[in-house]
Design a protein around this ligand. Structure first.
Ligand SMILES: *[C@@H]1O[C@H](CO)[C@@H](O)[C@H](O)[C@H]1NC(C)=O
Ligand SMILES: *[C@@H]1O[C@H](CO)[C@@H](O)[C@H](O)[C@H]1NC(C)=O
Length: 188
C-alpha cells in the first residue's frame, strides 16, 4: 500500500464512520478522557473522537491515526473554503487581509499535517508530533478576532483543537522521552 492509498482509505473510512455512532467501552472512554481533559473543550473533544470510532473498544494507536487524519482533512477543507469561497467573496479590505493571511498560514498547516501523516504511516511518532506542533504554530498565524466575526473565527478554533487532540493522542501512543538531568559538563 502506498502512502497515497493510505490517505484515500483513511478519507473513505472517516467519511463513512462519521454517521455511525458507537458507544466506547470503559477502557476506550478512559483513553478519550485522558486526551480530552487536556483540551480547552472536553465535550467537543469527546464528541469528535467518539464520532470517529468504528468499534466500542479502540486502541490508542487507532485513536491517534483517526485524530491525525481528522486534523489533516479539516486543514484541507479549511484551505479549500478560504480559496474557493471566503477570499473570492470578501467584501471589505479587513476581511480580505485576514483571509489572505489565513490562506498563507493554512498552506503551511496543510503541508505540515501531510508530513505528520506520512510519519504516522512510517511509525515515526516523534516526527509525526513535531510536524503537528509546527502546524499548530502556523494555525496561530491566521489571526482572527471575536470583534471581527468571520467564518474563520470558528474554523480556526476548530482546527486548533483538532490538532491539539491529535497531539495528545500521539503523546499517549508514544510518550516523549523523560527529561534527562544533565550529566555532561559544559565545555567552557
Ligand atoms: C463522552 O461521550 C460519551 C459517549 O458519547 C458519553 O457517554 C459521555 O457521557 C461523554 N462524557 C462527557 C463528560 O460528556
Ligand atoms: C509557519 O511556520 C513556520 C515554522 O514551520 C514559520 O517559520 C513560518 O514563519 C510560519 N509562517 C506563516 C506564514 O505562518
Amino acid at each position: 500500500m502506498t502512502f497515497v492509498h493510505l490517505l484515500v482509505s483513511l478519507l473513505i473510512c472517516i467519511t463513512f464512520t462519521s454517521s455511525i455512532s458507537v458507544v466506547p467501552d470503559p477502557s476506550t472512554q478512559d483513553l478519550i478522557n485522558r486526551i480530552c481533559k487536556q483540551t480547552i473543550d472536553f465535550k467537543f473533544c469527546n464528541k469528535t473522537i467518539t464520532s470517529q470510532l468504528i468499534r466500542r473498544r479502540t486502541s490508542i494507536k487507532t485513536i491517534a491515526k483517526l485524530t491525525a487524519a481528522k486534523a489533516w482533512i479539516k486543514a484541507i477543507e479549511t484551505l479549500d473554503n478560504i480559496e474557493g469561497s471566503l477570499l473570492p467573496n470578501a467584501k471589505d479590505g479587513r476581511s480580505k487581509a485576514e483571509f489572505g493571511a489565513c490562506r498563507k498560514a493554512y498552506r503551511l498547516v496543510d503541508a505540515h499535517l501531510d508530513n505528520a501523516l506520512k510519519y504516522l504511516y512510517l511509525k515515526d511518532y516523534r516526527f509525526m508530533r513535531a510536524y503537528q506542533a509546527l502546524a499548530l504554530v502556523n494555525i496561530s498565524m491566521c489571526r482572527t478576532s471575536f470583534f471581527h466575526p468571520t467564518p474563520m473565527v470558528y474554523a480556526n478554533w476548530n482546527m486548533r483543537i483538532l490538532t491539539d487532540i491529535a497531539i495528545y493522542a500521539g503523546k499517549i501512543l508514544a510518550p516523549p522521552p523523560p527529561l534527562r538531568t544533565k550529566t555532561k559538563k559544559k565545555t567552557p
